[in-house]
Design a protein around this ligand. Sequence first.
Ligand SMILES: NC(=O)c1ccc[n+]([C@@H]2O[C@H](COP(=O)([O-])OP(=O)(O)OC[C@H]3O[C@@H](n4cnc5c(N)ncnc54)[C@H](O)[C@@H]3O)[C@@H](O)[C@H]2O)c1
Ligand SMILES: O=c1ccn([C@@H]2O[C@H](COP(=O)(O)OP(=O)(O)O[C@H]3O[C@H](CO)[C@H](O)[C@H](O)[C@H]3O)[C@@H](O)[C@H]2O)c(=O)[nH]1
Length: 323
Amino acid sequence: MILVVGGAGYIGSHVVKELVQTEQVIVYDNLSTGHREAVDERAIFVQGDIKDEVKLTQLFTLFSITAVVHFAAANSVEESVRNPWHYYENNVGATLNLLKVMRAHKVNKFIFSSTAATYQPIEQGLLNENSATCPANPYGRSKRMVEQILEDYTAAYDFQCTVLRYFNVAGADAFTQIGESHLPETHLIPLVLKNLNGETESIKIYGDDYDTVDGTCIRDFVHVEDLATAHILALEALTIEQTPFTIYNVGNEHGYSVKEIIKTCEQVTNKKATIENAKRRSGDPARLVASSKKIRQALGWEAEKDLQTMVEHAWNWHQLQKY
Ligand SMILES: NC(=O)c1ccc[n+]([C@@H]2O[C@H](COP(=O)([O-])OP(=O)(O)OC[C@H]3O[C@@H](n4cnc5c(N)ncnc54)[C@H](O)[C@@H]3O)[C@@H](O)[C@H]2O)c1
Ligand SMILES: O=c1ccn([C@@H]2O[C@H](COP(=O)(O)OP(=O)(O)O[C@H]3O[C@H](CO)[C@H](O)[C@H](O)[C@H]3O)[C@@H](O)[C@H]2O)c(=O)[nH]1
């Protein structure tokens, strides 16, 4: 049985939808930012917090869990600058708690959601897994700390771990059953779509004076369904082989500026956004673009969906938005 922690969230729910095709799945989530309705009905759902050691212990005693996929985290760069304590408590402290209970129950396979925000940004070229890390904000630091803890765990204990460093995630499932719904929403694409749908007065561009093609930040987007496939492949590899600590980037290897992303959203929806230039958002790296060569070569993963498809699926979801 696979335990998916944070499986009621945006990315976790898409992975669960894929995973239930072949595995028995338990979702454990405190619903702080996730949605009960997002969890596939074939999965068992238990509401709880990974800070709750008693409840976690009950869960590991009751079910024969063989591997854990861990999505549960706070994940807004901007909020992490304002409230770092929450990020270190929920992303680092709570993860330590989960690892402690796993070890007590001899569960030793772990997939961890990390981020491009762990890297030191570079002005051009692609970031690979050997590129320097130097997170620009507490969110990125909290994720890098967990990576280091996991590396030490793998070296010291009978423990196998794959870290997936996602770049920016977008889109929704092709059947529009589940999608992205954060409250409050802070991510660029859903905020642009809200503006295009007439729900907000403007979309702010946080900084147009970066040293980039058009002065706005550059990000690499990956479709949430492609990302879900990366988890399935990583879990398979972890199950069939003795895999040591491994880190894989997951991105499309293509950087788009904030202005280019807004333009793509306008083209897909055939509507015009109202743009407001605002000052830089604190903690934002100027440019993050992935090399995904390592995961392609090791696991045969490919990014199949481009930015246009991500925006189309996000727009389809936005108009239905079931939760
Ligand atoms: N969205 C992105 O672009 C992106 C990019 C890189 C990495 N990530 C990482 O991917 C993971 C999932 O992100 P998401 O966008 O799906 O976020 P999300 O907020 O939609 O999902 C996180 C889920 O974890 C749950 N959760 C949070 N703290 C918990 C706790 N203490 N105990 C139990 N459940 C808890 C929430 O209720 C939610 O369902 C996070 O770890 C995030 O840092 C996201
Ligand atoms: O209203 C907005 C919202 C965002 N942006 C800009 O758009 C870019 C992307 O911002 P998001 O908030 O959508 O995403 P981040 O890059 O800050 O962070 C996301 O991707 C990271 C990986 O690159 C992390 O892992 C994190 O979890 C996830 O939220 C940034 O330059 C940001 O300043 C705007 O200009 N206006």
